[in-house]
Design a protein around this ligand. Structure first.
Ligand code: UDP
Ligand code: MG
Length: 321
């Protein structure tokens, strides 16, 4: 899947760019990216993955490809999400170093040489850490809380798990390309497969050049949860521990009720307390069931082994996917 037929002249650098309805950004992006790539003085390629855009992005990308031999365009049959677009991009990229960046100019191309320099120092992954996150307040705060939560729950040390701007060396890309789970969250997979020699560089994050963010609040919450249950069973363990604590509590409550019954303790017993206690226990049981269900659903999705995405066409790609 990841072997391009023509690997004789593998480029030094590949840039992978997921695209979903970015018609207003693509030209400005290329105008900014191209001089940076030319300035590197080494053969480069750009792999655009069109994630089922319904605007003019496919035409603009086809035109970019027609005019620039270093542009590859992979087009999905429909929208599979940014993670899948990046997944496909990594499989089509042949570069010794691979940069992932956004199509909306939030990730300034001028940082690319810094990423490459850091990779040359021997890192297998370099994270672009956003100094300031533009956008609505809930995203700015939520992003930081989510990153802490993800690191605590998975035990990974990821400087900025959602920056969307990073660089990988070839060996790590090859390892990532071997995996095929559907609910993948790439920065978790990168951390998991990295030799731990990660680097981080501060990057500026600009406002989106044109159009709107493709993410709703609900989707962002889902991404964080997917990340956690894809890489950790800690939620299950936590719920087990909480369940044990509730059981211990109910044992104490029984002792207390017995004492009241025998007149050894003041008698403020009440069905209300009983109901509350039962509800607590029922609540924990339900959440335990829910957590188990989530993992079971993952296993189910895994054993079905459906492909993670469907490719419609690939421009500038000379092998068989
Ligand atoms: N994107 C994608 N598929 C999607 C959603 C987003 O390929 O389903 C791309 C999008 O075109 C952009 C990048 O992923 O290049 C980041 O998306 P966006 O700018 O909407 O996210 P934000 O910057 O708000 O985190
Ligand atoms: Mg963006």
């Amino acid at each position: 899947m990841n072997a391009r037929a023509n690997t004789n002249h593998a480029p030094a650098v590949s840039v992978v760019i997921p695209v979903y309805n970015e018609e207003g950004n693509l030209k400005a992006l290329w105008d900014e990216l191209k001089p940076v790539l030319d300035g590197l003085g080494a053969p480069c390629e750009a792999v655009f993955v069109d994630d089922g855009s319904s605007d003019r992005s496919p035409e603009i990308l086809a035109d970019l490809h027609a005019r620039n031999p270093e542009v590859t365009v992979v087009r999905f049959a429909r929208n599979f999400g940014q993670q899948m677009a990046n997944t496909a991009g990594l499989r089509f990229a042949r570069g010794k170093a691979v940069i992932i960046m956004d199509a909306d100019l939030q990730t300034p191309a001028e940082h690319i040489p810094e990423f490459l320099a850091k990779l040359r120092e021997g890192c297998d992954i370099v994270y672009g850490v956003r100094e300031r996150i533009p956008g609505p307040l809930y995203r700015r705060i939520g992003t930081r809380i989510a990153n802490r939560f993800i690191c605590a729950m998975t035990g990974f040390e990821i400087p900025d798990s959602a920056s969307g701007f990073l660089a990988l060396d070839r060996a790590l890309v090859e390892r990532v390309n071997r995996y095929n789970d559907r609910s993948r969250y790439l920065s978790g997979l990168f951390a998991w497969l990295s030799y731990g020699r990660y680097g981080a560089i501060p990057v500026t994050r600009r406002q989106r050049f044109s159009g709107e963010s493709k993410y709703t609040f609900h989707q962002l919450v889902r991404i964080v949860l997917t990340f956690v249950y894809s890489f950790s069973v800690r939620p299950l363990r936590l719920i087990l521990a909480a369940g044990a604590a509730v059981l211990a509590l109910s044992a104490a409550a029984f002792a207390w009720a017995g004492a009241v019954h025998l007149g050894l303790a003041p008698g403020a017993s009440g069905p209300a307390w009983l109901t509350a206690g039962m509800l607590t226990i029922a609540g924990f049981q339900l959440s335990a069931l829910g957590a188990a269900g989530v993992y079971t659903a993952e296993v189910y999705a895994g054993v079905r082994e459906r492909p993670s995405y469907v490719i419609w066409e690939a421009l500038g790609w000379d092998g068989t996917p």
